[in-house]
Design a protein around this ligand. Sequence first.
Ligand code: NOJ
Ligand code: NOJ
Length: 526
Amino acid sequence: MVFIVPFILIAYAVLYALAESVLPIADSQEQRQLLLLQEPTIPSPSSRFQQSLDDWIQDEEEIALDRLLANIAPNGKNVADAAPGSVIASPSREHPDYYYQWVRDAAITISTLVELYAEDPYDDLSSKLLRIVQDYADLQAKIQHVDNISGRYDDLSGLGEPKFHANGSAFNGNWGRPQRDGPALRALALMAFVRAYNASHPSLWASNERDKFFKPLYNPVLPVDSTIKADLEYTSHNWRYPGFDLWEELPGLHFFTAMVQHRALTEGAALAAAFGDPGAAAWYTLQAHSIQATLLPSFWSPQKHHLIETLDAPSRSGLDCAILLGALHGTSKSPTRSPSPYPPHAPEVLLTLLAFIRDQRARFPINSDPDTGAETENPDILAGVALGRYPEDRYTGYATAPDGGNPWFLCTAAAAEILYRTASYLTTTNSLHISPLSAPFWSHLLNSTGSELEGTYEAGTPVFEAAVSALRGAGDAFVRTVGRYTGRRGGMGEQFGRVTGEGRGARDLTWSYGAFVMVGRARRGR
Ligand code: NOJ
Ligand code: NOJ
């Protein structure tokens, strides 16, 4: 025994070290068993979090930011041959090949970096981030002009193209195109940059350097010759038309897409007004109102009591992590800038979250298998559940297969972010209103019976305080779930296996790291 124990420990240490770079895929039952034997890479929550959760999150945020930056050219170590300013989805060049710049992934990533820049524009990190964002902005201006299978620049149809090669050239393979969330997300990233840069260079606006800096980003002239305005024109003229969803599989009208389009046009109207473009401001406002009044309400299903991601998609339940992402990315953190129809704390979003968690908990074996660390002794489904994209998902991370569909890091993190942001909403408004609609969520969270809870609770009342701490606790449980499946050195790919929790799909996914950075911020109320 004395000899065996150290041997086992060494063997484990070696396997841990290997596991992250060469995560094998278990195809057969036999291989899976072998994996289980070789790879106790999923430590129990207690051993994983011997450090406090706070310390672990702090470490992991640093790792996540580091690895995210490694996927951005020109200085990222994984992307030496990519055009400056390109944000690569993952360094994985085969099985699967994610060595491309997706407009969506890149824009979401840059929005995160702009948030970090805005917070402290003069520190060392920020000077690095500023260069990255400027390179990104320059490259996007070029990419908008690249003819591609979705179309061209002169009528703006080419802006619906979802992905480009690392060098900025068009990708000419078969793909789910167009995808109409990309231009809206890019406009949001660049508008945030305009605001942040303007705030950190207060004399610029009144100086004669102003045009040189801002004109390539926003210029009122038509035909369009500036990046943000091109994206806003595209969005305002195309939101009624179907396109592929963010998962690149289903054509139609989608909640996620409509939410980010609505936000882009609302913020776009304010930006247009600031740039002396009142006609555009009125047009963007009109279109945003129209999305809010005519399109967005149709995603609520009174029969199902939750939002659905895609209209007229009978093969789908409609439950989808994209709804969480739509609430997060479609909602400004400054509510006065653009009020959101479905912010994270909206009753409809919280009910959808609850229904989605219920589904995913039952769907994935790791969510009820004590060997993989699921907290089975706690029957509370808000106790942290690994979440995937949507119930009918068959994507393994490499191909589509009948036993595909795994939990995703960014979806599990999105649940935590919704919960934290709801807690922050309560503590900034100092009031919790529980309506008949939202009662099922709050009664689940507070372990109480629905109708008893209806009412309004001010800060300081027991119900209010219990709600805030339960939201934070539930958020922490989802972050712990993310932590449980994170690689030993802090690595996060796209997915983790539904049965044993091993890493699956593209390694070092830029978006997974960005989602983690965002959840850490949301936990601190940022
Ligand atoms: C790759 C896409 O990016 C992914 O979202 C999709 O699920 C698979 N292809 C299968 O269509
Ligand atoms: C597949 C995801 O479904 C899609 O949303 C993403 O843009 C690409 N992978 C790249 O990460």
